[in-house]
Ligand binder design. Structure first.
Ligand SMILES: Cc1cc2nc3c(=O)[nH]c(=O)nc-3n(C[C@H](O)[C@H](O)[C@H](O)COP(=O)(O)OP(=O)(O)OC[C@H]3O[C@@H](n4cnc5c(N)ncnc54)[C@H](O)[C@@H]3O)c2cc1C
Length: 446
């Protein structure tokens, strides 16, 4: 959207409509730090800044947190929302838990960032800044494949998780009133996950458990239900080396999941998923976890304004935007420069947390006139996957793999500890407890 400022208090968009400005362009406090996004990067920045800044520094800084929703989404449990295992409210932590009354939360959609004019444009007006933290994450990537947007469901937000669960339940409801020999019933009971990365394998694993439980409730045989993973690479978990991808494939296949490797999707339509070899997987339930692309706001920033690699904003070893030392970029939208074609940190929650922590302490030290910490160094903490009931895979940083029940228990303990609020920890424990006696959410909310 093209914008021009009409005065210090109003913004006019291309259609000529005016919106009131929520914050004056310059801060009354002297220094305004604006944080964009309340995901893993944004939350860990805020926590780190508040813990490293002295109270006199905090009195002279206005911390403004701009984000679409007033919560932090704990995405590692999102696939469990989709599989009816965890209530969606239990993966949403309220922002005041992290920032208290030191932070001003502005619920708004960021539309554009002007690094030169030091202003953020939002749907409730422009906000000026002295320091900016960009933590807007990434969005689902359809790779331009026809029909993906219209005929698949992504898994990125809490609402996506709820939508997938509703779709699964709706399909069972419809299949139950269709004749056993109808091809439509087969398509309704076929669940295809496109993308065999970490999110895809976890989603497929939980769908296998969930649909097994629903099959019993709706009077189907287990073999009436089909769950597939479709992956274009020759292996699951592309990009992850070692023995883990093969072990993951074996575990999923032994759970009854049809793993299709080297299967390239060329189109998705109302019939189902079309592969490059001409095969059609007929399905009314196609879930898209094939990858991510930069957030649209980042996509809208020209490379002449801010250098990018693979669409992500390039930052220096202190996580500051090249050419703009007052701007930090953390999480999925940051490309931590190593001088080569690789980034120093992957697009994971663990990396976003480490980057946010580093940037928060770096800025607090800079503003407090203290010696700043050295360069950002990413610490690999290994990989963890939950593949279904009592089935987990954990690869520790030293290469040791824990699988089956042990891997599953380690996964659950680590994730339970990572949930921010006591309310949600208890909520998730309650949900998990019920699932042990095969009780999941089976009511539609749409
Ligand atoms: C289903 C799923 C499961 C995952 N599981 C794991 C896992 O087990 N382990 C792991 O390490 N990683 C996991 N990830 C990856 C991990 O979630 C991301 O790498 C991590 O969230 C990145 O953090 P971030 O702060 O960059 O972005 P996000 O956490 O995505 O946060 C982005 C924030 O920006 C806000 N935002 C975006 N656009 C706008 C806008 N225009 N205006 C205002 N606000 C905006 C969003 O609302 C959000 O608050 C998973 C991801 C998904 C989708």
């Amino acid at each position: 959207m093209q914008k021009s400022r009409s005065s210090g208090s109003e913004v006019v968009d291309a259609t000529g409509s005016q919106k009131s400005v929520v914050l004056e362009l310059a801060s009354r406090f002297g220094t305004r730090v604006v944080v964009l996004g309340s995901g893993f990067g944004g939350v860990s920045f805020v926590k780190s800044f508040l813990s490293h800044a002295s109270s006199s520094l905090l009195d002279s800084v206005e911390l403004v947190w701009v984000t679409k929703r007033n919560y932090h989404l704990f995405s590692p449990l999102l696939y469990q929302v989709a599989g009816g295992l965890v209530d969606e409210h239990h993966v949403l932590d309220p922002l005041p838990h992290f920032g208290g009354n030191r932070v001003r939360v502005v619920e708004a959609e960021v539309e554009a960032v002007d690094f030169t004019g030091r202003a953020v444009y939002t749907d409730v007006g422009p906000i000026g800044y002295n320091y900016l933290v960009v933590a807007l994450g990434s969005s689902s990537n359809d790779f331009g494949i026809p029909g993906v947007k219209e005929n698949t469901l992504p898994l990125k937000t809490a609402q996506d998780g709820e939508r997938i669960r509703n779709r699964i339940l709706a399909s069972f409801g419809q299949a139950a009133i269709i004749g056993a020999d109808s091809p439509e019933r087969v398509a309704l009971l076929t669940f295809a996950v496109v993308g065999g990365g970490a999110t895809g394998v976890e989603l497929a694993g939980t769908i296998r458990d969930y649909t097994g439980l629903l099959a019993k409730r709706y009077g189907f045989r287990r073999q009436d239900v089909r769950v597939l993973i479709v992956e274009s690479a020759g292996t699951l978990l592309p990009g992850i080396g070692g023995r883990l991808p093969e072990k993951c494939r074996q575990d999923l296949e032994s759970a009854g999941i049809d793993v299709r490797l080297g299967a390239r999707v060329v189109k998705v339509d109302v019939e189902g998923v079309h592969l490059s070899n001409g095969e059609l997987i007929e399905s009314r339930n196609v879930f898209w976890t094939a990858g991510v692309k930069p957030n649209p706001v980042i996509e809208g920033i020209p490379e002449t304004v801010a250098p990018k690699k693979k669409g992500r904003l390039e930052v220096d070893s202190n996580l500051r935007l090249i050419g703009h030392s007052e701007v930090y970029v953390v999480g999925d939208c940051a490309w931590v420069n190593t001088g080569g074609d690789t980034t120093a940190a992957p697009q994971t929650a663990a990396a976003a947390v480490q980057e946010g922590e580093y940037a928060g302490s770096h800025l607090a030290h800079t503003l407090g006139g203290k010696k700043v910490s050295g360069s950002f160094i990413y610490h690999d903490q290994g990989i963890m996957l939950s593949l279904g009931r009592f089935s987990g895979l954990v690869e520790l940083a030293n290469g040791i793999i824990l699988s089956g029940l042990i891997g599953w228990l380690v996964w659950r303990m680590v994730h339970l500890v990572s949930i921010a609020t006591a309310r949600n920890k208890l909520g998730v424990m309650f949900d998990w407890g019920l699932s042990l006696v095969r009780r999941r959410i089976i009511t539609r909310t749409d």
